[in-house]
Design a protein around this ligand. Structure first.
Ligand SMILES: [Zn+2]
Length: 330
């Protein structure tokens, strides 16, 4: 299955496939929560199907499709980050290379997906490079990543790239309307910065509550009603990339609001409507002159968010950036 906002990328694949110039390795890159992994799966399904339709989609009826749907296709493998592990290991890549060298059990090709390909460690990358240099016949490896810059240039140069940008808003909204959500699609999509799958995930209240808790914590921190060290302990286990993305979008929200700020500091309507109250409070607590310092400070942490050396120190630093931008008049 592909999402409605991926038509252009699908055509890209289809043209290459029909023209018989599909590379042995594809690189799907772009923002998270926009469906790249599902797209990779759709390509794999299509390549393994005995009778794909005109548009290249798997038939869903053939023997291969049945096995694929059952999740045990012998010519198909997915490599991902194993639970609790920091990176994709060389052992995983060696196993993959071995799998690709075996002859096909069903049709004419073997397909492997490497999700979060940027998480391959150095040895794993070098091992994969060897396979890409001499790819076994009739094999396709699909690399999926939101951080293509973290891949070896020599790996990238051996792939056919398919790039995914933020989905068209109207298309995303139309899709969200069919998902039986409790909250309004427009609001969810805005909170998710345009990423439809995150918008859908946010409909589950626990994520919305988590956002609200983070915003409330920041308010308490700036009011000196919450201790920085204690707070860092609470946030240690969270996904730092997502925490930072949220905070960055809030700072942008605050910056936009400043342009319409009135002298009497009336309540402002923010884009992140789920935490409107907290953003109004933050608006009074953060010094306008330091708003972009705050933004740049948080932005500088993004690169380290996936592999912080020390998680507690990382969160403390994140919170300190907020404290440093506190207005002196409160
Ligand atoms: Zn089929």
């Amino acid at each position: 299955m592909i999402y409605p906002w991926q038509q252009e990328q699908w055509q890209h694949f289809l043209v290459a496939q029909k023209g018989r110039h599909l590379a042995h390795a594809l690189l799907l890159s772009g923002l998270e929560y926009c469906g790249k992994q599902d797209f990779a799966k759709a390509i794999a399904h299509s390549l393994l199907c005995e009778n794909p339709n005109e548009q290249g989609h798997a038939c869903g009826q053939c023997k291969s499709c049945h096995v694929f749907k059952g999740g045990s296709h012998p010519d198909y493998q997915i490599i991902a980050l194993q639970e609790g592990k920091k990176d994709i290991s060389i052992a995983q890549i060696r196993e993959l290379s071995h799998f690709l060298e075996l002859s096909c059990s069903y049709g004419q090709s073997k397909v492997a997906i490497i999700n979060h390909a940027d998480r391959m460690n150095e040895n794993a990358s070098n091992s994969l490079l060897k396979t890409l240099e001499e790819p076994p016949q009739n094999t396709v490896i699909i690399l999926v990543t939101s951080e293509p810059s973290a891949l070896l240039a020599t790996i990238k140069s051996r792939t056919q790239q398919i790039v995914f940008s933020t989905p068209n808003k109207a298309v995303a909204i139309t899709w969200l309307q069919t998902q039986g959500l409790r909250h309004t699609p427009e609001a969810l999509l805005s909170i998710a910065s345009g990423r439809p799958l995150l918008a859908k995930a946010l409909d589950d209240n626990t994520l919305l509550e988590k956002r609200k808790k983070l915003a409330e914590d920041l308010v308490l921190l700036l009011r000196e009603q919450q201790n920085l060290v204690e707070l860092a302990k609470n946030w240690e286990k969270e996904d730092f990339s997502e925490l930072l993305n949220w905070q960055l979008s809030w700072v942008q929200d605050l910056a936009v609001a400043r342009q319409f700020a009135t002298a009497e500091k009336k309540a402002i309507k923010f884009k992140a409507i789920d935490i409107n109250k907290q953003l109004n409070q933050l608006n009074l607590l953060v010094d306008a002159a330091h708003l972009w310092d705050l933004h740049d400070g948080l932005l500088s942490l993004i690169k380290l968010a996936k592999h912080p050396l020390n998680k507690i120190l990382f969160v403390e630093k994140m919170l300190l950036i907020w404290l440093e931008t506190k207005t002196k008049y409160n």
